[in-house]
Design a protein around this ligand. Structure first.
Ligand code: ATR
Length: 276
């Protein structure tokens, strides 16, 4: 008798609009892996129990999305180094009787920037807008690329400063409030605030941006995000949403679970067509 397929999924709240089931179904088809991947809407008070039940029932792996990424640190019995640095988990895997917590977001971003977009970030000047969980998740992998420096700018300057201090051993990184930093142009500006979700844009000095600055929004949605629109209106030639990062972080999770690296170009093209 054949075995039932291994079970995977994504846990979030809300989760109905998650693109992960679409992405992982394409990966599984392309790599001939027998698995199921579902979306589960789980409210915070139920997270612990639902995840425990999933793994007790033989589930193999979960993606964890908003608002559970920080809480998921406590669901893991072991953490990868990058998850410990990020202090957040976006992937759980049943491995050798242990639930391993990993964070593939930063690696996904770096893969999209360096591989898909062909950027070289060594020696570059990087500005990150926002100092929340999303920024914490990408700092270590970005600093590993040895940029000249990273400036974190945040509405609440103290949050940016303490985050910068926590990563100072990994490279040159400073924290400041919006409009308080020296307005030399940056090579890369990453939007990691949740501001654009409500259509707002942080106030940035015009001199921070030249037509050659790459602007990258960790967020994505149907059509262009407000940050992408904002950057294009200021003459930016390359303004990108986070769809590429989404697909690449998914590929990292898939590889952790299945030991096979799925190709991403076709999936990304399909998503771009779907998202408009
Ligand atoms: P996440 O895990 O998505 O990073 P978070 O930890 O709540 O979520 O952080 C949200 C980030 O977006 C913070 O940097 C927040 O700024 P504050 O630290 O000052 O709160 C930023 N943010 C949210 N709404 C914003 C707005 N309207 N304008 C500017 N920044 C905003």
């Amino acid at each position: 008798m054949s075995q039932p397929p291994d079970s995977y999924g994504v846990v979030g709240h809300p989760v109905a609009h998650s693109l992960s089931p679409f992405i992982h179904a394409m990966f599984a088809r392309a790599t001939a892996q027998q698995l199921t991947y579902r979306a589960w809407d789980v409210a915070p008070p139920e997270l612990l129990q639902r995840v425990a039940e999933f793994f007790a029932g033989g589930g193999r792996g979960l993606n964890i999305t908003l608002p559970h990424k920080i809480a998921a640190v406590d669901l893991a019995q072991q953490l990868t180094e990058r998850a410990a640095h990020a202090a957040a988990v976006n992937t759980l895997a049943a491995q050798d009787g242990v639930i391993l917590g990993d964070n593939t977001d930063g690696a996904g971003l770096v893969r999209d920037l360096c591989h898909n977009q062909g950027l070289t970030l060594a020696g570059s000047r990087i500005l990150i807008l926002g100092a929340g969980g999303a920024t914490r998740g990408i700092l270590a992998p970005l600093l590993e690329l040895q940029p000249q420096g990273i400036v974190i700018a945040n509405r609440t300057a103290e949050r940016a400063q303490s985050l910068a201090a926590a990563f100072a051993d990994l490279g040159t990184v400073g924290g400041t409030g919006f409009g308080q930093f020296d307005a030399q142009p940056f090579d890369l500006i990453i939007n990691a605030t949740s501001a654009s979700l409500s259509g707002e844009m942080p106030p940035l000095p015009a001199a921070a941006l030249t037509p050659d600055t790459v602007c990258y929004d960790l967020a994505y949605g149907k059509g262009d995000t407000p940050f992408v629109v904002w950057a294009r209106q200021r003459g930016c030639r390359r303004a990108l949403s986070g769809l590429g990062m989404l697909v690449e972080q998914a590929a990292e999770s898939f590889e952790l679970w299945r030991g096979v690296r799925p190709a991403t170009a076709e999936v990304l093209a399909a998503l771009r067509a779907r998202q408009g």
